[in-house]
Design a binder for this molecule. Sequence first.
Ligand code: NAD
Length: 363
Amino acid sequence: MTGAAGFIGANFVHYWLQTYSGDRVVALDALTYAGNRANLNPVECNPNFVFCHGNICDTALVERLLREHEIDTLVHFAAESHVDRSIIGPDAFIETNIIGTHSLLKAAKQVWLEEGQQRQTHRFHHVSTDEVYGSLGPADPPFSEATAYAPNSPYSASKAASDHLVRAYHHTYGLNVTTSNCSNNYGPYHFPEKLIPLVITNILQDKPLPVYGDGQQIRDWLYVEDHVRGIERVIKRGRLGESYNIGGNNEWTNINIVTLICSLMNQRFAGQPALRQRYPAACSAIAGQAETLIQYVEDRKGHDRRYAIAPEKSNRELGYRPQESFESGIRKTIDWYLANDQWWRAILDGSYRQGASEGCHSQ
Ligand code: NAD
């Protein structure tokens, strides 16, 4: 797999090794700013886990890993994933999301097809986003797998290009592929530059809660473990060459999410002296007024107004249903950030970067 030290990749590794304890997971990750070795602490001592520090653009390295470990399932998470960063500096997005995905496809083609290893059970699964479909109006039906691609940001355009390459390698060369396009994720190990962890960690530090534009942008949110279960279903049951949308029919405006988190944080601190002592800086939440930290800021350039996923195909073909309700998922997420303040503080002060290491090793 690629991108194991990132948000969704790390959740996938934990789930997979718990669920399939006999499987071996080989993780390739470049440990960019978004990759954090601490995300993998729970599996570092697992003998079935191998970590390799390297770049997906290094095709020779990928080929070597495929051969040496006889990898039959390549799950591809690695990406530059933050839309705001893609607006400031698109180059890294083109490099990793397009060239990097192509490098993986070339390596899989070489080892699985040209060296004759590909069996029915071999699979290249590409993890993608609903942002490839562009933006919806308020009355538009949600994105289905038949919706035409219309990406609007450098991030979504680079993911769209990677989706097309994956599809092309199936149709042209017969590589066994599947793709999943998921809505916005939230949950443990989410880098605190993204909306939900940013709001939680800023409340804990009594910092302003920035809301873009009028805050009425709509996203369809899914708890990260529900995404991981969806990927599992596609890997196990998805038809080769097909794409599956994964989502939970859970549309929220940004401002409503921020106010929900504020009210849950106010409740979380109410009558909890130990928590108040642990987070004395969270004075607005301690006073039951976290929402006073909300500040509207200039809107993101080209900000898509609404995303929404129609998950009927994955419901029907894969029997997929998300398990977590939004409020309980947000409560779990808040509790995770409260219990793991060392994790997010190390990101905020930059010390998490010291965990990067060279080479490949299993523990
Ligand atoms: P993330 O930014 O948290 O993690 C990305 C990981 O990829 C990091 O560990 C990073 O070190 C690694 N990486 C980046 N460039 C690399 C390279 N060139 N070579 C090797 N490793 C590299 O991302 P995420 O939020 O976990 O997203 C994972 C995947 O899921 C992405 O493909 C993303 O497009 C997709 N996705 C994300 C969401 C979401 O809400 N986060 C929703 C739908 C789809």
